[in-house]
Design a protein around this ligand. Structure first.
Ligand code: NDP
Length: 287
């Protein structure tokens, strides 16, 4: 057994990762549930394993690039004993608690475990703007770092194995809500025959100009007093109501905007109408 790396899962992401490792001079062994997907990798120089046991036996480091948490559990659980003493890097998208569950299972079985989150699409793997987040066993991370750094910019988030997933999910949530903003604007402007492409270009420019606001709001949250005299809850209530009314006047549902209005109304109802509007963050904490 030398410095081989085993990759479990040759979907779009696993294939890109395997190709990158090969291209950077790493010896790779691959396994995939549907064996036919190993053929191009075998032709390109990877060793193929017919079974997971064989793939695990071949390497000290096992990169897991299966679909989801359920497939990780299904495939790894029966092989716990064979993985003992090895390092598993799980690059599957999971929730933080799923990552912690796998980490606890690994610890119980003497497996060094690093949880990862890939903030990139397969075509970006190997480029520095591909960002890969890791958390969990720091010693294990340091050991496999040279491998991980070939995949993109590697960033260690901390010992809590759920941290990489949490950051991944938080950033994806921000992206999701931002893109919903595009959807709302396009839906409103389409009612006048404006092509979506035109509205998207306008939204892009507008959001770019507004981006610094995010950090200003964050400073208010970190200050914790919500009394900076910035845009207030009451001011914002009227603003959001105008957006909702304008949307409906155009025959466009305001259901994407309603949750924002509801949070502001809840704050106003508890006597916080004068607070900075970002205080709605307090309403997001589930009691
Ligand atoms: P694909 O759908 O392309 O591939 C899924 C892989 O998982 C295949 O190898 C598939 O095997 C395997 N698989 C699924 N279920 C099982 C199972 N029960 N047992 C064994 N193998 C299983 O997905 P990707 O490669 O794109 O994604 C892999 C991971 O990377 C996911 O967690 C995804 O969220 C994450 N990711 C992907 C990104 C992307 O843009 N593609 C971006 C960021 C993260 P088979 O070939 O036999 O079906």
């Amino acid at each position: 057994m030398g410095s081989r790396t085993t990759i479990l899962g040759l979907g779009a992401m696993g294939s890109a990762i395997t190709a990158r490792l090969r291209d950077t001079g790493h010896d790779t062994t691959v396994w995939n549930r549907t064996a036919a997907k190993t053929a191009p990798h075998a032709a390109a120089g990877s060793k193929t394993a017919a079974t997971i046991s064989e793939a695990i036996h071949d390497a000290d480091t096992v990169l897991v690039v299966l679909l989801d948490h359920a497939s990780v559990q299904e495939q790894l659980t029966p092989h716990a004993a064979e993985l003992t003493g090895k390092t598993v890097v799980n690059l599957v998208t999971t929730t933080p608690n799923q990552a912690r569950e796998t980490a606890a299972w690994a610890a119980d079985n003497g497996i060094a475990y690093v949880d990862g989150a890939v903030m990139a699409v397969p075509s970006m793997i190997g480029e520095h703007h591909a960002r890969l987040l890791y958390s969990g066993d720091e010693h294990a991370y340091d050991t496999v770092r040279p491998i991980l750094e070939t995949l993109g910019t590697a960033e260690y988030a901390g010992e809590d194995p759920g941290l990489a997933s949490l950051k991944d999910m938080a950033l994806l949530a921000a992206m999701d809500l931002m893109l919903l903003g595009y959807v709302q604007a396009i839906a409103m402007m389409r009612t006048t025959g404006t092509p979506a492409a035109d509205t998207a270009a306008e939204v892009e420019a507008w959001l770019a100009a507004m981006l610094p606001q995010g950090r200003e709001l964050a400073a208010i949250v970190d200050g914790g007093t919500y009394d900076t005299g910035g845009q207030s809850v009451d001011f914002d209530r009227f603003g959001i109501q105008s957006l909702i009314t304008a949307s409906r006047e155009q025959g466009v549902s305001a259901q994407l905007l309603e949750p924002h209005r509801k949070l502001l109304e809840e704050l106003a109802a508890t006597g916080r109408g004068d607070s900075d509007w970002i205080r709605i963050i307090e309403r997001l904490t589930i009691q």
